[in-house]
Design a protein around this ligand. Structure first.
Ligand code: NDP
Ligand code: A1CAB
Length: 269
């Protein structure tokens, strides 16, 4: 089974490295291609057994499962160049939310799936969001799912909720990092604690929190309950959060929904 990756930017290189390092795919079964060849060649420096294709048609022709890891506005150009190489035995996997599986199925004649990854998959953790097209065979579904279990918790998601789901698992690391930076800055402003110290404490708290959740020791509700000592400071902090949070997250989800709609209109496959 040969795995192809078109576009070795942030996500394509993350998938290449994580799939190999986790043991999910052997480097000798991976063929990569990037518009700027040097990026793909740099990955090959670390994993000598990777194949770097000469062009789009080559990677399309040689792959049983082919990941499309370019930005949505490059889809049309790439798909027009590879679509005649793709047959029903192959599966094209898109990794972007604004392009629906249905639209891709109308463009190419091979099997189609969408797997939206997350930067957290670098650490072989976090979620990957699966949507299978109507032509994907049972064995390809199983193979993709088993492979992504090496680097994530796969989760199926219907088209209607792809934006919200992708906000949580893929944009989430950026959103939560922004909130934590605000928290660190506020701690400094209100109490004078240094940014360095506050960052160190916050990052380690997050590692601990992630670890508790990954071991399923506590749920989010249980964590709030256990930490909130009756009459203590946590309760006062939570009250302040409740009083001031307003519609912060509603606005965030609305903003991404609007951008998603705009993006979909702008993509012409
Ligand atoms: N960043 C994230 O956390 C996530 C991103 N995604 C999705 O992943 C996709 C890629 O995002 P990201 O990796 O961040 O973007 P990048 O810009 O980092 O990577 C895109 C890559 O595509 C390459 N490329 C463009 N055109 C072609 C072409 N014709 N042939 C071959 N390669 C080409 C670019 O090459 P060049 O070096 O020449 O620019 C670049 O390396 C997007 O659709 C995004 O929605 C999904 C989940 C999370
Ligand atoms: O397609 C998406 O939804 C992802 C999330 C982060 C960037 N692109």
């Amino acid at each position: 089974m040969k795995w192809g990756i078109i576009g070795t930017g942030n996500m394509g290189s993350m998938l290449t490295t994580s799939l190999v390092k986790s043991g999910a795919v052997s480097a000798s079964d991976l063929i990569i291609y990037n518009r700027t060849a040097q990026k793909a060649l740099d990955l090959q420096k670390d994993e000598a057994e990777l194949t770097v294709a000469e062009n789009l048609k080559e990677v399309a022709k040689k792959s049983d499962i082919l990941f499309l890891c370019v930005k949505p506005h490059h889809y049309s150009q790439v798909l027009n160049e590879i679509k005649n190489e793709l047959t029903l035995n192959q599966c094209l996997v898109s990794i972007t939310s604004p392009v629906s599986v249905e639209d891709l199925e109308n463009k190419v004649s091979c099997q189609v799936a969408r797997i939206v990854p997350s930067i957290t998959n670098h650490a072989h953790a976090g979620v990957s969001l699966f949507t299978f097209g109507s032509r994907v065979t049972g064995s390809v579904k199983q193979n993709l799912w088993n492979t992504f279990e090496y680097i994530s918790k796969p989760s199926t998601i219907e088209e209607d909720h792809i934006r919200a789901a992708s906000d949580m698992v893929s944009c989430g690391p950026a959103f939560i990092s922004f909130l934590l930076k605000e928290w660190i800055e506020a701690a400094g402003e209100v109490t004078g604690i240094s940014e360095k110290k506050a960052t160190e404490l916050t990052e380690n708290m997050m590692i601990g929190l992630g670890s508790l959740l990954s071991k399923e020791i506590f749920t989010l509700d249980e964590l709030m309950e256990k930490v909130t000592v009756k009459g203590g400071v946590t309760g006062e902090g939570l009250k302040a959060l409740e009083a001031h949070i307003g519609s912060l997250f509603q606005e965030m989800f609305k903003a991404t929904q609007n951008k998603h709609k705009e993006d979909k209109i702008g993509i012409d496959l």
